[in-house]
Design a protein around this ligand. Structure first.
Ligand code: ATP
Ligand code: MG
Length: 260
């Protein structure tokens, strides 16, 4: 059985991509077969997994979505990049912006990504989708393709308030497009646990959302080490596996597996 998890928040810079890469490698280290899909025209996940220039790739997610839109059969081995830490990646690049525009005129436009993801399920235990920072049609595609949604949120007041729009959108997707979708949980990231302020934020999240949405025990600390992983093209486990950020992602991995 494969589980598909969208890593989603329309707010930019909350560690969606960092979480996709490190949770992905965490799951591989736990013996799982994992595909991560970059669903952002910025191509950040592809870059942080070592693809220097995603715009030069011959095949990436936009090509595959175009094939599906035109009714072509998709070759499931096409475009997959094997990362040295054992992860498979479906990369993405700027061409996804064009797909975004052309989707407007397409039949079943919310289901294009689902068609691809469903064809990949038999090969993996987990498929993680790194969503772009918007709630447009590409992100709706990602949510429609997923069994659950993991919401990273930066431990600060305004990002927490911004969750309402996201939760409304997920509820609509559940009603109209994908009745199976569930909340994997809220992940508090970039946490500076020493400040009282962070404590207030955590209480706020509990109070606002704690009843409706599980909140992960594991919280990702704020650390430049986390940022360095992207530049290094490897996960925190390879960069410094004793680091608190690595421990936090390992604990997150355990919690995700416990939801199986
Ligand atoms: P976008 O919305 O643009 O896709 P994102 O939500 O995917 O952004 P990331 O790209 O993962 O966010 O992270 C944003 C920036 O913060 C990056 O420079 C990243 O390296 C850095 N970062 C991620 N996690 C942490 C952390 N725990 N501590 C400090 N910096 C972090
Ligand atoms: Mg990102």
């Amino acid at each position: 059985m494969c589980k598909v998890i969208a890593i989603c928040n329309q707010k930019g810079g909350v560690s969606k991509t960092t979480t996709t890469a490190n949770l992905g490698v965490g799951l591989v280290r736990a013996g799982k077969k994992v595909l991560v899909i970059d669903a952002d025209p910025q191509g950040n996940l592809s870059q942080s997994l070592g693809i220097e220039n995603p715009d030069e790739l011959e095949v990436a997610l936009p090509n595959i979505m175009e094939q599906i839109m035109t009714g072509e059969e998709v070759d499931v081995t096409q475009g997959i990049v094997h990362h040295k830490e054992g992860l498979d990646l479906m990369p993405c690049n700027i061409d996804l912006s064009a797909v975004d525009v052309s989707l407007v005129h397409v039949l079943s436009r919310e289901f294009i990504m689902k068609t691809y993801v469903d064809s990949m399920r038999e090969f993996y235990d987990y498929i993680l989708i790194d969503c772009m920072p918007s709630l447009g049609v590409i992100t709706i595609n990602s949510l429609t393709a997923s069994d659950s949604v993991l919401i990273p949120v930066q431990a600060a007041y305004l990002p927490v308030k911004g969750l309402e729009q996201l939760i409304k959108t997920i509820s609509l997707v559940k009603k109209l497009l994908n009745q199976e979708i569930q909340f994997e949980g809220i992940l508090i990231s970039m946490l500076n646990a020493r400040t009282n302020y962070a404590k207030d934020i955590m209480e706020l999240i509990m109070e606002y959302y704690g009843e409706a949405i599980p909140i992960f025990e594991s919280k990702i600390p704020f650390s430049v080490k986390a940022a360095e992983t992207s530049a290094a093209g490897v996960s925190i486990f390879t960069l410094d596996k004793k680091h608190p950020v690595a421990q936090a992602y390992e604990k997150l991995t355990e919690e995700v597996i416990a939801h199986e």
